[in-house]
Design a binder for this molecule. Structure first.
Ligand code: ADE
Ligand code: ZN
Length: 341
């Protein structure tokens, strides 16, 4: 299947590139090896149909049929997270793994509604993640940004209440962005106009993004830009179907946060070689390469870079351009960008 080799030298080069991650769900870094011990530690009863051990759970993770099939496991998985220490342990494990992959900057998603609806307060969640992020900055030299996502399968008024509860964290600069995730097709962007407006009006400096064009068509992307005023698109795969949209993304240098291994595991494409990466390069649409839910999809950030190389075999100059686009599309100061480039 591999058209190009990613030899030792090339792997070293990809590791050394100044990589920035813009699309990783912290709850999606929870693998079976941590899930079962946390369930035991917190006395959480997993549903009777849930696989009983690491091996059978990993096997089930290799058989996702689509986004919803994955999400059903993702929400059960996060139910073992209860204490602030659980959230810290989870995020810290991610930062150390990503650091070993040569990551310099991490913009991480989290889903507070998936915890609050189980009786875990947003304060417990944010404090645990914030502590891990601070430690990552200090001990690993990774700059970090925390992006709160709203679950689009829940009512928009629930999203508004979540934004209200997060106000102190936006004010303090602990949370830096707003995103939108979960099942895409049944819940189009227009439903969340008021939520995005609430954050925009109160915190104009906060970064806005949304999952769009993963399973939904290019109109989900266009509507996210028009109605939610996002400046970034998560996934954006289906943008390739609309040339006017590609030109618009290029003109505004709107970053797509691409997740190659995720797209294969959730059957968005059969193989990474089918992703319209060359089209984005030809149109000048910037994209970054990300892991999405690495514990579920079988690879962290470097694995995603390596997979893209085995399918597209880019030269060093193209790889440097991809990495520079990732740095420039990050929600960081110009000074930090300079440090990374
Ligand atoms: N939540 C976690 N990963 C997701 C994805 N790839 N798409 C939508 N929602 C998600
Ligand atoms: Zn995602």
């Amino acid at each position: 299947m591999s058209k190009y080799e990613c030899n030792h030298h090339m792997t070293g080069f990809l590791k050394e590139l100044p990589k920035c991650e813009h699309h990783v769900h912290l709850e999606g870094t929870l693998g079976p090896d941590l899930l079962f011990p946390l369930a035991a530690r917190n006395n959480v009863q997993l549903p009777s149909h849930f696989p009983k051990d690491v091996e059978s759970l990993n096997k089930r993770y290799s058989e996702f049929t689509d986004l919803q099939d994955f999400l059903n496991f993702y929400y059960i998985g996060m139910s073992v997270l209860i204490q602030e220490q659980d959230f810290f342990d989870l995020a810290w494990a991610y930062f150390t793994k990503a650091h070993a992959d040569g990551l310099h900057h991490a913009e991480t998603f989290f889903d507070p509604q998936g915890h609050v609806e189980r009786g875990v307060s947003i304060d417990v969640v944010v404090r645990g993640f914030e502590r891990a992020a601070q430690q990552a900055e200090k001990e690993l030299g990774i700059s970090t940004r925390l992006i709160m996502c709203l679950l689009r399968h829940l009512p928009p008024k629930d999203g508004l209440a979540t934004i209200e509860s997060a106000r102190p964290y936006y004010k303090a600069g602990t949370i830096h962005g707003l995103g939108l995730d979960s099942a895409e097709k049944p819940f189009p962007p227009h439903l969340f106009e008021e939520c995005y407006k609430a954050v925009r009006d109160s915190f104009p400096e906060v970064g806005l993004t949304a999952h769009a064009g993963e399973e939904g068509g290019p109109e989900f992307i266009t509507n996210s830009l028009d109605l939610l005023n996002v400046t970034r698109i998560d996934h954006g795969v289906n943008s390739f179907q609309d040339e006017d949209l590609l030109k618009r993304l290029a003109k505004n240098q709107t970053l797509l946060s691409l997740c190659p291994l995720s797209n294969v595991k959730l059957q968005v494409v059969k193989d990474v070689s089918e992703l319209p990466i060359q089209k984005w390069l030809d149109f000048g649409v910037p994209f970054s390469i990300n892991s999405d839910d690495p514990a579920y999809f079988g690879g962290y950030i470097l694995d995603n870079y390596i997979m893209v190389h085995t399918r597209f075999g880019f030269d060093l100059k193209t790889w440097c351009k991809i990495a520079a686009n990732g740095v420039n599309g990050s929600w960081i100061s110009d000074a930090r960008k300079k440090e990374l480039l």
